[in-house]
Ligand binder design. Structure first.
Ligand code: SME
Length: 160
């Protein structure tokens, strides 16, 4: 496994993800420990894509609990159906929020967050965790992010 992330130099979002995807696959390939893998995926996305906040919330009993992340400190517990993360968990679907001020019930862990995308990760058809990516810019996420982050989530799911 490479110990150093090759940071994409392209300004094209798709090309950046294309550079990162095989590296993330490599990072996960020989490591069975979930926390180690979630930590490295968070770091690869944070430093590879330059996102403001990247991290995982894990389903524990009846709530989401903060897991490995990169970025400013964040809320530790989120109830099902609450905020973007709790909604993605409840619906079992990716939620893309172009402007957090337009999402009723958005949970502001940081006042600098402006847009957000949250993806659920499944095992045995049950949501086990969510990946949350935040930007300090409005409208920072689009279907390219959704497509590639869902590919990355598939890699994560293979380790659950
Ligand atoms: N904004 C999220 C909470 C998590 S933080 O952004 C890290 C939400 O509404 O669920």
């Amino acid at each position: 496994m490479a110990e150093e992330l090759i940071i994409p130099t392209s300004t094209d979002k798709k090309e950046k993800y294309e550079t990162l995807l095989p590296q993330i696959e490599g990072l996960l390939s020989n490591e069975p420990d979930l926390v180690a893998n979630l930590a490295n995926v968070s770091s690869a996305l944070k430093f590879g894509m330059g996102f403001f906040w990247v991290g995982f919330y894990l389903v524990k009993d009846d709530e989401l609990v903060l897991g490995p992340f990169q970025g400013p400190i964040a809320c530790t517990r989120i109830k099902k159906g609450k905020g973007v993360c709790g909604t993605a968990w409840e619906k079992g679907k990716t939620i893309l929020v172009p402007d957090i001020e337009q999402f009723p019930g958005h949970i502001a862990c940081s006042s600098d967050s402006r847009s957000e995308i949250v993806l659920p990760g499944f095992k045995n058809e049950e949501v086990q965790l969510v990946l949350d990516v935040d930007s300090d810019q409005v409208n920072d996420f689009d279907t390219t992010d959704q497509v590639y982050l869902e590919k990355i989530m598939k890699l994560v799911e293979s380790k659950l």
